[in-house]
Design a protein around this ligand. Sequence first.
Ligand code: CUA
Length: 348
Amino acid sequence: MWANAPFLAQLQLFPVAASEQAGPIDSLFWFLTIVSAIMTLVIFVGVIAFAWKYQKRPGVKPTQIEGSTALELTWSIVPFLVMLIMFWWGAKIYFAAQNPPKDAMEVFVTGKQWMWKVQYPDGSREINALHVSVGQPVKLTMASEDVIHSFSIPAFRVRHDVVPGHYDNLWFTPTKPGRYHLFCTEYCGNQHAGMIGWVDVMEPREYANWASGGGGGGGLATQGQELFAQNGCSTCHLLDQQGRCPNLRGLYNKAVQLNDGRTITADDAYLRESILEPNAKIVAGFEPNIMPNFKGQLSEENVIQLIAYIKSLSPTTPASQQGSQQPPVVLAPAGKTTGAKAAPQVQQ
Ligand code: CUA
């Protein structure tokens, strides 16, 4: 009767392997498990065998045993080499996991008690669901609206904490069409267990079909452009001339000099911080305290839309995320903003 229990039919030691990442990670897992099992066996058998061999016997006087250089070198060097293999193998997989391919499709995920909100570059959205295409690398940019969550798709062997206050990334390439569970794997409140959903991996043509049905409210960049106007950003961040705040055209992924002498890259993390807490990093030549804090005013989803808009103002952004085709204008260099005290213009 137990054999007929539905949960037993579903019980499997390993989740399905449905991504390019799964194979190498499973191999490393088995290597670690087998090496550990062998070491455990050698140690336990050794302990028992020696305990028996050298046990106290009546009438037998123990003889002192001196060390053996050969033996000591062997048990030091062999495990050291095995550890080096573990380190090299693990590091290789770890670095691959940190570096998504350039052609990866970007999808944005926001964790919120207790759901996963998903945004696609075309502006369509889903909750607790993710649709991806076989063979297409996907890079997730993840934010949390409240507490620490953890995004996990066991079939892809990926998992990453989603920590409030910054972006976390992970990437994978699905290899098998099908439906796979996605989980929150960090206890995040009383409905943590309900923070689950499905990943649908589709054949490329099927996916194209599905994707063409989405959208609606314009792409992410268009949604961002609307927010940009609604929140009055366009009164200071002028696009056709230098306003009181940095010109955002051509800014994305460029080096930016700050007024404390540091140079940073205008990536997603920097743009997010500069939207929510503008005074954290002031661009050289600009005044602090001009832009209001948007922390608590904008949701993470809004910030993602705004960043998509800023990206669309840079020509290097992939065509899929392009909102406009204007030529780039470089950020005003340091000290060139004295003339920027002019009355702000409203641009719509
Ligand atoms: Cu979110 Cu657990």
